[in-house]
Design a binder for this molecule. Structure first.
Ligand code: MG
Length: 313
């Protein structure tokens, strides 16, 4: 399997996990498997809770904003990414994280908005930066560990002032980089942890440890630590894209985002060919603020290819 197939797997896999999990958001653990007991039986991309079958949410919409900025600007242009986020937020998306909304609508410039929010609210370690990192993870993967980790931090900091959110996104970028190389990201967790800011390392080491299970989480999985831990757990304890995403969504809680993060990692590990066709056919990403564009799987795949190939230049 080549790097581009893994890149498409990561970007489309994240969107599929998001759309599959969206109808189950804030539900209890076990709801998904009670309704769909066996893998492969079909009907899982069911819609509900205001979402059409196959409709991706803010996680994927923001990931597209990031990815299109990177390819169109030819690199990391943080004011441009922030401007795209603001245009999207102003167009009344169906869902938007509370903190993200506040930061994108407080009228402050790109380099002060998140920081100011964190100073006022003191809590900003949600998974809302991690959830949109599949596209940037693919783009920066070819640029090496230091570059991808630092880009992860800076993109997270656009909306999240808490360094815990930066470090989680940085780790995720590095795990994606490893998976895109064809190596096992689960085995590389200790290497990824080594680049984490020492003040944040222990907490991530806990949720990424081989024996950690999502039931042991000390916060709701809308927080960055258990969200990342659950995604790595889902990939570690399953053997396919489908099983990993099923396991993640069956945890309940913030199912679209845990599905999106898991789907990115599992898609990079198992490749685009591992994504069930019955899940990708109805996949669509309406993009508020873009003049009514709706991306389909072919558009997302094309974006993933551009992100993966620009990394070689
Ligand atoms: Mg969402």
């Amino acid at each position: 399997m080549d790097r581009v197939e893994r890149a498409v797997g990561a970007v489309v896999g994240s969107a599929v996990g998001d759309a599959l999990g969206a109808p189950f958001e804030f539900g209890a653990a076990g709801v998904f498997s009670a309704r769909f007991p066996e893998p492969g039986c079909g009907g899982e991309m069911c819609g509900g809770g205001g979402w059409e079958p196959g409709e991706a949410t803010d996680d994927t919409q923001m990931a597209v904003c990031v990815g299109e900025s990177l390819v169109e600007r030819g690199g990391l242009d943080l004011p441009d990414v922030f401007a795209r986020f603001r245009r999207w937020a102003a167009a009344d998306p169906k869902d938007i994280g509370l903190q993200t909304e506040d930061v994108l609508t407080n009228g402050l410039p790109w380099d002060r908005a998140a920081d100011e929010h964190f100073r006022t609210h003191h809590r900003a370690a949600g998974n809302g930066a991690l959830m949109r990192a599949a596209t940037s993870g693919v783009y920066f993967a070819g640029r090496g560990r230091t570059a991808t980790v630092e880009a992860g931090r800076r993109l997270a900091a656009l909306t999240h002032g808490d360094p815990a959110a930066w470090e989680g996104t940085a780790i995720f970028h590095d795990l994606l980089r490893i998976a895109l190389e064809g190596a096992d990201p689960v085995e590389a967790v200790p290497d990824a942890l080594a680049v984490v800011d020492p003040g944040h390392r222990e907490r991530y080491a806990t949720v990424l440890a081989p024996g950690w299970r999502p039931e042991q989480a000390t916060e709701f999985n809308g927080a960055v630590w258990p969200c990342l831990g659950s995604a790595v757990w889902a990939v570690r304890t399953t053997g396919s894209y489908e099983e990993a995403v099923r396991a993640a969504i069956d945890l309940g809680g913030d199912t679209d985002t845990v599905g999106a993060v898991t789907g990115a990692l599992a898609g990079a590990v198992h490749g685009a060919g591992s994504l069930p066709g019955r899940w990708t056919t109805s996949l669509h990403v309406p993009l508020p603020g873009s003049g009514g564009r709706v991306l389909r799987v072919s558009d997302l795949s094309a974006l993933a290819v551009r992100l993966a190939e620009s990394a070689r230049r």
